[in-house]
Design a protein around this ligand. Structure first.
Ligand code: KG4
Ligand code: ZN
Length: 389
């Protein structure tokens, strides 16, 4: 396994993806078949449809990744697959196909946690560019449609293995989920994050004051939500949890109180009737008050993410920050986070836009240290929908 050629397979949610990465550093191919258009009609991911679509896509997607890399299965050193967290039926499609490929080609199978994959997307790209790695211990913010987690990562006993400690999570909605719900409320398409990202610069972010203490939800302590009582933390030490349902409800109340519903419904119908609506189309359908609301919502969410992450970094002595997951594509988040981290002397890294959302290059990259450590999946490996990191 000198070359470290790993085929990664990802099918945990609504993307069927396959990629070949060399030595956790060089992507040789990265193929993603997105189901966004399919689920957009329902305003969210429909699990049964997702599984069926993965079944349809898995073979051509894996073949395309191998062809793009110019490799035969015999050339590979390992096959890696996401085994959780995610939708059970969706995960199973990738797992069973990866198992069959590994068995058929006599290659070892490696199980990868989707959340660790998101973190490795950033590490892989930094390595590929030849950058100095973010020093350990580092704080990783994984922020997507299904997750908002803070992990402190430090060196494990094996050379390339890290130990993760969850130091924060959302007590209700994920940040991406809040984006998607607010976008839906305002008649914008699914997924909502990219729409809000594109429209927010056209509004006044201070127009609607979503102050922390105005947000309904868990009680705030020192400006942050109280620890999650439903799921007590496994580890000792301070928690840096998030809450986004309060701001979502505040947006809903604002929309109702300001009589914005009808315009939102009209916007929704008009955009849905367009073949491929662009930012300019949505912009033309938004009045200044709606744009102000969008800008203010994003300003508040980004502020919560940055403030809580920096508080945790400071408190826990992290020496750098890695931000990843779909919401890491957000431009305001990237600009403000970069600025604030640099001000505190903390190195910070983001994924490229292509690797922020779900992909399989991140799975192949995360498998590289496991290949070095001969950390292979057991034969009876199954899907673990609630897998923790
Ligand atoms: O990581 P991902 O592809 O899938 C999950 O594991 O959830 O993340 C998708 C989420 C969606 O909620 C989407 O609205 C959000 O990431 N998202 C964004 C942006 N691009 C995607 N949120 C804010 N700004 C963006 N530019
Ligand atoms: Zn994801």
């Amino acid at each position: 396994s000198k070359a470290g050629l790993i085929l990664g397979i990802e099918s945990s949610c609504d993307e069927t993806a396959a990629a070949v990465v060399r030595a956790g550093r060089d992507p040789l191919s990265n193929v993603v078949a997105s189901q966004i258009a399919l689920h957009a009609n329902y305003g969210g991911v429909v699990p049964e449809l997702a599984s069926r679509e993965h079944l349809r896509n898995i073979v051509p997607v894996v073949r395309a990744a191998m062809a793009e890399a110019g490799l035969k299965y015999a050339d590979l050193d390992a096959i890696a697959v996401t085994h959780g967290p995610g939708l059970a039926g969706a995960l199973l499609v990738g797992i069973l196909y990866a198992k069959a490929l590994a068995f058929g080609s006599g290659k070892p199978l490696i199980a990868v946690n989707h959340l660790e994959g998101h973190i490795h997307a950033v590490l892989m790209e930094a390595r590929h560019r030849g950058e100095t790695p973010i020093p350990l211990p580092l704080l990783a913010l994984v922020v997507s449609g299904g997750h908002t987690h803070l992990y402190l990562a430090r060196q494990g006993s094996a050379a390339d293995a890290w130990i993760y400690r969850n130091v924060g999570r959302t007590v209700d909605d994920a940040a991406g989920e809040a984006y998607d719900k607010v976008a839906k409320l305002l008649g914008l398409g699914y997924p909502g994050g990219p729409w809000i990202d594109a429209l927010a610069p056209h509004g006044n972010p201070l127009a609607v004051p979503f102050h922390f203490n105005q947000i309904k939800g868990p009680p705030l302590r020192d400006g942050r939500p109280a620890p999650n009582k439903k799921a007590p933390p496994q580890q000792e030490g301070p928690r840096f949890d998030f809450s986004f349902s309060g701001i979502k409800s505040a947006v809903l109340r604002y929309v109702q109180a300001s009589g914005m519903r009808e315009a939102a419904e009209h916007r929704q119908r008009t955009l849905a009737a367009m073949a491929n609506p662009k930012t300019a189309d949505a912009l033309a359908l938004c009045d200044p008050q709606t744009l102000d609301l969008i800008a203010s919502f994003q300003h508040a969410v980004v502020g919560i993410l940055i403030r809580q992450t920096l508080a945790a970094a400071e408190h826990l002595g992290a020496r750098g920050i890695v931000v990843s997951g779909g919401v890491a594509a957000n431009r305001e988040l990237r600009h403000r986070f970069q600025h604030e981290a640099v001000q505190r002397g903390l190195p910070i890294a983001f994924p490229s836009l292509a690797l922020a959302t779900d992909n399989a290059a991140m799975i192949a990259a995360a498998a590289w240290p496991k290949l070095l450590a001969h950390d292979f999946a057991p034969e009876d490996m199954g899907a673990t929908p609630q897998l923790k990191l």
